[in-house]
Design a binder for this molecule. Structure first.
Ligand SMILES: Cc1cc2nc3c(=O)[nH]c(=O)nc-3n(C[C@H](O)[C@H](O)[C@H](O)COP(=O)(O)OP(=O)(O)OC[C@H]3O[C@@H](n4cnc5c(N)ncnc54)[C@H](O)[C@@H]3O)c2cc1C
Length: 393
């Protein structure tokens, strides 16, 4: 039995990770001081639990946490079957930001606003709506009420044959120089029949790097990360001694999110901000938060708060369709998949490929990417996708 609490919050955000905190931080602006905003998260505190990397234009500020980036690079390489392709860009950089820096900055913004509260150690059991009021049932049996609810809880982990991107990374510090700090190792493939396996290395300095063993595979595949990482790191740093100062792990579903949010507006991975072909979600999550805040700001300015309808995150249909085709072609034969990536990085000009990877490609750029891929497996995958899901479903 949930005990009702009479307070009616304007906005409750369930889940204060990337997307929930990003929205709360936007709503901490003085423009929203007349509203009450509550963020609920089951965690007891924030630590560095992930490393967000992404491509962004080399000039200009594209998000408010950019000054917190730990490093950025304009050179990266992809390697497969003894072949390497090193790319540089004059327009984009690959940037990385440690999660704890973002968590602290967002919490500081929230703490500076009296109208926004963050409640940790609070687990949400269920959401439902009666009339115009949302009810948020906590596992502590308390029930909260709100006018608008945002749900940033990720969907349940897949355990079947649907595709996931799964990885474990170690930040390694070595006693002597072991890494080229100018070049990110984006993907060094080790062909495997169970999935697409590659090594990802972010070289923070000649003696510091995040080394990640990454798989795109059916969720049923369980990599032996400790064995893999120990052997790779030993070989990478050779005789040099090293210390593992940080570890992170993730299992990210690449399937479209299930629409389980009913009346609440989904945020983050549950809303589809994770791009299936890349596993990136950071910039799309921040962008969705910014767009929601802007539409709410406009509603307040026009005195139309009562009619405000939060905008759902929507991935452009053609992009979603191309991603589905790409993943379907990859899983047809995992042993051939590394060669597809190598072709892309070798044949498509860096900035065209980056426009595609960052979701900003024109139709001509999308076509240039598709033309670089081998016709038979991709045409087959496109036809199957067409018959099973429709054109851009
Ligand atoms: C280790 C790791 C590395 C990643 N690296 C990158 C990267 O380099 N680039 C990139 O773009 N993306 C990356 N991602 C993917 C994606 O950006 C992150 O997963 C991101 O954190 C997703 O944001 P989110 O808000 O959807 O989920 P989260 O940040 O996971 O937030 C969800 C929140 O909901 C809370 N929660 C869950 N259930 C409940 C409940 N019942 N009640 C209350 N609270 C609840 C959780 O405690 C959590 O704080 C990475 C993911 C991981 C795990």
């Amino acid at each position: 039995m949930h005990s009702p609490n009479k307070t009616l919050w304007d906005i409750v955000i369930v889940g204060g990770g990337l997307s929930g905190l990003a929205l709360a931080a936007e709503l901490a602006a003085p423009d929203f001081a007349q509203l009450s905003v509550l963020v609920l998260d089951q965690r007891s505190g924030y630590t560095r639990d992930r490393t967000w990397s992404y491509w962004r234009p080399d000039v200009g500020v594209i998000h408010r946490y950019q000054h917190l980036e730990r490093a950025c690079w304009s050179r990266w390489f992809v390697g497969a079957n003894g072949q390497n392709s090193t790319c540089t860009s004059t327009q984009h950089v690959y940037a990385t930001l440690d999660a704890d820096a973002f968590y602290k900055a967002a919490q500081d913004l929230i703490a500076s606003a009296k109208h926004v509260q963050l409640r940790l150690n609070t687990s949400v059991a269920a959401l439902h709506k009666q009339g115009a009021v949302h009810h948020i049932d906590l596992t502590s049996h308390e029930c909260l009420n709100a006018r608008w609810v945002f749900d940033a809880r990720p969907s349940a982990q897949s355990t079947d044959h649907s595709l996931v991107q799964q990885f474990e990374g170690w930040e390694v510090h070595t006693a002597q120089d072991a890494f080229d700090p100018d070049t990110v190792q984006l993907m060094a493939f080790e062909p495997h029949a169970q999935g697409l396996h590659f090594w990802y290395v972010l070289p923070y300095s000649p003696r510091q790097a995040l080394i990640e063993s990454t798989w795109i595979s059916p969720a049923t595949w369980q990599p032996d990360y400790v064995q893999e990482l120990m052997s790779y790191v030993n070989q990478r740093v050779q005789e040099k001694t090293y210390e593992v100062v940080y570890r992170e792990q993730g299992v990210l579903s690449l399937a479209p999110p299930a629409d389980t949010h009913f009346s609440a507006t989904a945020l983050g991975r549950g809303a589809g901000t994770l791009r299936p072909s890349t596993g990136y979600a950071f910039l799309d999550s921040l962008d969705h938060a910014r767009r929601l805040a802007n539409s709410l700001r406009a509603a307040l300015r026009n005195q139309q708060l009562a009619q405000w309808q939060p905008t759902a995150f929507v991935r452009p249909a053609r992009q979603a369709w191309l991603d589905a085709v790409f993943l379907a072609a990859l899983r047809r034969d995992w042993l051939l998949a590394p060669a597809y990536f190598l072709r892309l990085f070798e044949r498509v000009p860096s900035d065209t490929l980056l426009a595609f990877l960052t979701g900003h490609a024109s139709l001509a750029q999308q076509m240039a990417v598709m033309w670089a891929l081998p016709v038979a497996p991709f045409a087959g995958a496109a036809l199957r996708q067409f018959w099973t899901q429709g054109r851009y479903a």
